[in-house]
Design a protein around this ligand. Structure first.
Ligand SMILES: [Zn+2]
Length: 336
């Protein structure tokens, strides 16, 4: 209505200027013309009552188009605008452009997430025996060296015989924590490995593997109890051990169990990992082992862990233990 009123005034002004001439010469025509104009204007008002709103709305939409979604405006506009104003045709094309823009933007959102999962770390590669040498020569913080072999049975002859067999297998004296241990997943560990372990576990979960800790820090006295109970279960008495008649039984226990003072679990940097759905001792055949050991133990090393007893290393104490990992930190496993 407001748009049309000024036009009406223009016509009346124009006609009022010519009024005298028209009235004198052709009043009937003027009246007829005015009637026609009036009818025309009335008709135009009637016609544009519906159209003006879309036109005004489309003008608003034009300003809002960049931020608005396409589906709401695109469906209603074309029909009235196509009939009234041709220049509106390009607008749907402009509106369609945002349709194609969100797609690449979604792709852009996905693209950064992919490289984030692949840290730009140039990891060192180790042969199995290199893992063993690397760790045996490593001085880790937060540890006190165990200078002398702790007692086993408190029987000198028995203890020395067991310790000799153990060292012949490759067992070495390890260290004990000199710092307050932290707790993660219910197990005591060196504080430094809490976050790396949680990150490793999260990375495993992201790839569909559920891993958990089943053993971490172990005290010397705890290891003593473990070993002597297993040797007893093997049928060896202290007297037989001291007499040297059950060396084969001692050796068989040493395949899986360390003697007190010689376990890497004493440090608090060593963990035994369980793969959900798999027996602990069958970790080697689990998909978790395949995941963590692929590409020279890439996933383990990315989080600062190395295999404690890698499969191909020789004379490292126990037989290879696929489930046991030691944290040494990413820095030492990275090329510089
Ligand atoms: Zn272990």
């Amino acid at each position: 209505m407001r748009i049309i009123e000024p036009k009406t005034y223009r016509h009346t002004r124009a006609s009022s200027a010519r009024k005298p001439q028209f009235f004198r010469s052709k009043p009937a025509i003027v009246i007829a013309a005015l009637l026609l104009v009036g009818v025309g204007l009335a008709a135009r008002q009637w016609i544009f009552q519906d159209d003006t709103q879309p036109v005004v709305a489309s003008a608003q939409d034009q300003a809002q188009e960049p931020s608005d979604t396409v589906s709401t405006t695109g469906a209603s506009e074309p029909q009235p605008e196509d009939a009234a104003v041709p220049p509106d045709e390009p607008e749907p094309q402009i509106e369609q452009e945002p349709e194609s823009e969100p797609e690449p933007s979604e792709q852009l959102v996905e693209q950064p997430s992919t490289p984030v999962q692949q840290p730009e770390v140039d990891l060192l590669t180790f042969a199995d025996n290199d893992f063993k040498l690397f760790y045996d020569n490593l001085k880790q913080p937060g540890l006190d060296t165990v200078e002398n072999p702790p007692f086993i049975y408190d029987n000198v002859a028995a203890d020395e015989r067991i310790q000799q067999i153990a060292e012949d297998r490759g067992y070495k004296l390890r260290s004990e924590p000199s710092v307050q241990l932290a707790t993660v997943d219910g197990y005591p560990v060196q504080p430094a490995i809490v976050d790396p372990w949680l990150a490793l576990k999260q990375a495993a979960a992201a790839d569909g593997h559920t891993i958990s800790i089943v053993s971490a820090y172990r005290s010397i006295s705890h290891q003593r109890t473990l070993f002597t109970s297993r040797l007893q279960s093997a049928g060896a008495t202290v007297e037989q051990v001291a007499a040297g008649t059950v060396d084969n039984k001692i050796d068989s226990v040493l395949v899986t169990s360390s003697i007190p003072g010689y376990s890497k679990h004493h440090t608090g940097y060593t963990i035994d990992i369980l793969c959900a759905g798999w027996a602990f001792e069958n970790f080697k055949n689990s998909p978790c082992n395949e995941w963590i050991s692929a590409n020279n133990f890439e996933m383990a090393k990315l989080h600062g862990f190395i295999p404690s007893y890698p499969p191909g290393a020789t004379k490292q104490g126990p037989d290879p233990e696929a489930w046991e990992y030691v944290w040494v930190g990413v820095d030492l496993l990275t090329k510089r």
